[in-house]
Write a protein that binds this ligand. Structure first.
Ligand SMILES: *Cc1c(COP(=O)(O)O)cnc(C)c1O
Length: 467
């Protein structure tokens, strides 16, 4: 959020807080107060401000982690002060990041005969930015060598309409045209048969998405790789490569569908990002980006920081930030191992399957995604003339029992369709899922027997849900 000037400073004071007379302060909200408060008072005030912020465990809207084990939380609390960029002061933390990169590269099948490289980030948005920058710089080198007129047109990036907003940011910040491959009812992910229509000599790369944020659908990366291989046979000077945005699938698919080839097993996939704070099971914000070989990461983008009298290469947009999250990631790797992650993600998968089946049985909904890949259920109302309520009404109704379930229109071309999305996370167990279905069934029955007062404006309310 970008915040701006608040005009009502003089009238707005927080009312005195309860209890101790020492707490009777008039505290300005939008200016720094003159006087200090006691820690206990400050703590009470801030906690009270946050009191009605919704229960994150009941938030079925987000992919972001809402639970970590108490041991992980303690460990992260104790390591909050560590600065991830200060490799000299915290060489052990640097080594932990190094181990995580190796663990992840291994999980994504980085080939033995190439030299992978990678880094932690604040999340997938930063990771996508780094992956995109590497593609742009590498393309420029190839294009210069091939004698292409770099000023004739802007470079472009090819991606399906189901992209997450970070790619739009990347294109705006870096002056890149977005070549958007449309989605429609028959193509709910990247249209691989037509993707090459959007590729030309100025294409820095193609983005494949392992888990479209809005619907959970996977792009067909195996087929995309085949199409790109054919294209590159005829374009050896200016080949095009694939970056996989696996923000949500990167830590899920390897455990639930290990046979699915979406990663470095595919020859043209040169880089991959994922969010540690989605199915990596860490609190926000940690993300990862890995290149299959150092040659795909142009040297100009790598900066050195000092490290125990020497230097260590880094690639990042941010500089100082706490290392607690990446230590949390390492804790999860150590704690769960392959089996643990598999067990957790499989349980999540089963809950998604249960919800999809139960929702279908209610007879009101048509499923768009039934959670057979990412554990995400996405559905619209089955048309019925005598129904007076909309999915927005159902969202409101569910909120009365604390559940946050967003309704929103699909991306461009499909934006007449309003859907509802439930993201199943590890902390949404089968018991909670049963409770949720009870509340949802009650809500649907109530709505079916209610007289709904329509708002005059029936246009879809909100564009997308992006995390
Ligand atoms: C969530 C998401 C992102 C952004 O990830 P952050 O970790 O929140 O920065 C990017 N791409 C996709 C496909 C996502 O689902």
């Amino acid at each position: 959020m970008l915040y701006g000037k608040h005009d009502h400073e003089t009238e707005e004071y927080l009312t005195p807080i309860f209890g101790n007379p020492a707490e009777q302060h008039d505290l300005p909200k939008y200016r720094l107060a003159q006087h200090a408060l006691a820690p206990r008072e400050a703590d009470r005030l801030v906690r009270d401000e946050l009191l009605d912020e919704g229960n994150s465990r009941l938030n079925l809207a987000t992919f972001c982690q809402t639970y970590m084990e108490p041991e992980a939380v303690e460990l992260m609390k104790d390591t909050l002060a560590k600065n991830a960029i200060d490799k000299s002061e915290y060489p052990r933390t640097a080594e932990i990041e190094n181990r995580c990169v190796n663990i992840i590269a291994n999980l994504w099948h980085a080939p033995e005969n190439e030299k992978f490289t990678g880094t932690s980030t604040i999340g997938s948005s930063e990771a996508c930015m780094l992956g995109g920058m590497a593609m742009k710089f590498a393309w420029r080198k190839r294009a210069t060598k091939a004698g292409l007129d770099l000023n004739a047109q802007r470079p472009n990036l090819v991606i399906s309409a189901g992209y997450q907003v970070c790619w739009e940011k990347f294109c705006v910040y870096w002056d890149i045209d977005m070549h958007v491959v449309p989605m429609d009812e028959h193509h709910m992910s990247l249209d691989v048969d037509h993707v090459l229509d959007y590729v030309d000599d100025y294409t820095i790369g193609i983005i494949g998405i392992l888990g479209i944020t809005y619907t959970g659908q996977y792009d067909n990366l195996e087929k995309l790789d085949t199409v790109v291989t054919k294209y590159n046979q005829h374009h050896s000077k200016l080949p095009v490569y694939i970056h996989v945005d696996a923000a949500s699938g990167g830590f899920y698919t390897p455990f639930v569908e290990p046979q699915l080839a979406w990663d470095f097993r595919l020859k043209n996939v040169i880089s991959i990002n994922a969010s540690g704070h989605k199915y990596g099971l860490v609190y926000p914000g940690v993300g990862w980006v890995i290149w299959r070989d150092q040659r795909f990461l142009p040297k100009e983008l790598v900066f050195k920081v000092s490290y125990l009298g020497g230097e260590l290469p880094t690639m990042a947009i941010n500089f100082s930030h706490s290392a607690a999250q990446l230590i949390g990631q390492y804790y999860n790797f150590v704690r769960f191992g392959m089996d643990g992650y598999k067990e957790i993600q499989t349980k999540t998968h089963n809950v998604a399957h249960y919800l999809a089946t139960a929702l279908k049985q209610l007879g009101e909904f048509t499923l768009i995604n039934d959670g057979h890949q990412l554990p995400l259920i996405c559905y619209q109302l089955t048309p019925r003339d005598d129904r007076e309520w909309t999915l927005y009404d159902l969202s409101d109704r569910l909120l009365m029992s604390g559940w946050q379930v967003p309704s929103y229109p699909l991306p461009a071309n499909l934006d007449k369709q309003v859907i509802q999305r439930i993201v199943v996370r590890a902390d949404f167990g089968m018991n909670m899922a049963h409770d949720f279905m009870d509340d949802l069934t009650t809500a649907v029955n109530d709505l079916n027997h209610a007289h709904i007062v329509y708002h005059a404006d029936e246009s879809p309310k909100k564009y997308g849900f992006t995390h």
